[in-house]
Design a protein around this ligand. Structure first.
Ligand code: NAD
Length: 469
């Protein structure tokens, strides 16, 4: 058995050694989960709900320790990791509420033919999650899967497995049966073994490149797959907007979590008449950002979660310096104890060549580009000028314009005069390179169940319109 060394991105020091799952062991996790699922699915939904409510309560009672562990492993601010842990508890509560409300439909085909549908659990669900929101994403895969009567084998990212492991203990404590949820800990090889292990649904959150590989593998076995992938989301700011609110949302929308958000509003599009003033104000905000340890008072931005991601972001910046202008940049920490942390300076880029890679590819770091537009048509055109389609923000006082842009922008989520708010009750998913399928709300009920249609004739007979042969 090999061990994974887990590092803290704050100082680059090891914080845990975790036993990795051998790819060859993954099929036995799936088989055990399948055995456990059969009796879990037969439980009364109210019983399943009770267990999930207990999970929510246990998470709620441990918010501080979960947030602290997550912050140490990801470098994210305690306020963020605490809110994510709270959202994880809410997710368990929300899906617990669904467990006894999932119902089928009845259709009278004619006066003596009735069809009823039964939403059946899928079976064993594979959840594969990235390193940017480890605890909440683990909860977001496991909670709806269990509520609808499935088992779940979860693969956390190898860099951030610690809070998923903590969640597994909480599930056991809450009464989730043995083997119903398992962790497959490791990298891409473990993920591939999981996709190949005969699971009944793959719910993948991660990069577009890995999503393509997962979809190819899943396709070979005809396993249904939902892909929540990367983004390159625009924030459009018109001169008539509430500019203070827009400025706050633009800063938070891309520099929070050190830019490591799929929904990062990484492309700012500003109306020409407002451009210079808004960019000047934004530059002052960027220069004022305090980068440092999440455990230090006053820190606004932590490190990147992995050294590989830091290097990737720095690569984008080096290239962008040749293709545009670094308009503003924050300072990175100089304290000797943080010297080995995975720091990247939050950066505002302007005057970029239209074909600059940073305008097209996802950075997943604290980098904001600015472009100007002169008309609504040009704004919509720039907003849609990427293969991604995850999210967008529109800031304007003109409601007609806001709603018409919401219709024209190709993305799964559009925020009008706000940004980055999410709810378990609201569907979330992408278009194009941001993936397909949706999670949350009634979409999750559809995703984690499949309908069986049962046809009933009131009198045994040959169906009308068929000739007896
Ligand atoms: P990644 O694709 O490298 O890894 C994501 C997960 O997939 C990890 O657990 C990884 O080990 C696993 N994986 C990688 N290759 C695999 C393969 N061939 N088969 C099976 N599993 C495999 O992504 P990352 O770098 O960890 O995360 C960042 C990416 O995730 C960004 O692109 C970001 O936009 C995206 N993301 C999307 C959403 C969303 O909801 N749309 C949310 C968060 C992050």
């Amino acid at each position: 058995m090999t061990n994974l060394q887990v590092l803290s991105p704050i100082d680059g020091e090891p914080i845990a050694d975790v036993a990795a799952t051998a790819p060859s062991h993954v099929p036995s996790l799936v088989e055990a989960a399948r055995r456990a699922q059969a009796s879990w699915a037969r439980q009364r939904p109210e019983k399943r709900a009770e267990v999930l409510f207990r999970v929510a309560d246990l998470i709620g009672a441990r918010l501080d320790s979960l947030a602290e562990l997550e912050s140490r492993n990801t470098g994210k601010l305690l306020g963020d990791t605490r809110r994510e842990a709270l959202r994880a508890a809410e997710a368990f509560r929300y899906y617990a509420g669904w467990a006894d409300k999932v119902a089928g439909e009845t259709t009278m085909i004619d006066s003596s033919t009735l069809v009823y549908t039964v939403p059946e659990p899928r079976g064993v669900v594979a959840g594969i999650v990235p390193w940017n929101v480890p605890f909440f994403f683990a909860a977001k895969k496991i909670a709806p899967a269990l509520a609808m009567g499935n088992a779940c084998v979860l693969k956390p990212a190898p860099e951030t497995p610690l809070t998923a492991m903590a969640l597994l203990s909480i599930l056991t404590e809450a009464g989730v049966p043995d083997d119903l949820v398992a962790l497959a800990v490791g990298g891409a090889d473990v993920g591939e073994a999981l996709v190949d292990a005969g699971v009944d649904l793959v719910v993948f959150t991660g990069s577009t490149a890995a999503g393509r590989r997962v979809a190819e593998r899943a396709g070979r076995a005809l396993t249904p797959v939902v892909l929540e992938l990367g983004g390159k989301s625009p924030q459009l700011v018109f001169a008539d907007a509430d500019l203070d609110a827009a400025l706050d949302a633009v800063v938070l929308g891309v520099f929070a979590s050190c830019g490591q958000m799929c929904i990062a509003g990484s492309r700012l599009l500003v109306e020409d008449s407002l451009h210079d003033d808004f960019v000047a104000a934004l530059g002052r905000r960027v220069e004022g950002l305090r980068v440092g340890s999440p455990f230090e008072q006053g820190t606004n931005v932590g490190p990147q979660v992995t050294a590989a991601q830091r290097d990737k972001t720095r690569g984008f910046l080096t290239e962008a310096e040749r293709q545009g202008r670094v308009r503003a940049q924050a300072a990175v920490p100089t304290a000797p104890e943080l010297a080995k942390g995975f720091w990247v300076a939050p950066t505002l880029l302007t005057d970029l060549a239209p074909d600059a890679r940073v305008l097209r590819d996802e950075v997943f770091g604290p980098v904001l580009t600015v472009q100007r537009f002169r008309s609504v048509d040009e704004a919509a055109d720039l907003a849609n000028r990427t293969p991604f389609g995850l999210a967008a923000g529109v800031w304007t006082a003109d409601l007609g314009r806001a709603h018409s842009l919401a219709a024209r922008i190709r993305s799964g989520t559009v925020w009008l005069n706000t940004y980055r708010v999410l709810s378990e009750r609201v569907p979330f998913g992408g278009r194009g390179d941001s993936g397909h399928g949706a999670e949350n709300g009634t979409e999750a009920v559809r995703l984690y169940t499949q309908p069986k249609a049962v046809w009933t004739s009131f009198e045994p007979r040959t169906p009308p319109g068929f000739d007896v042969v």
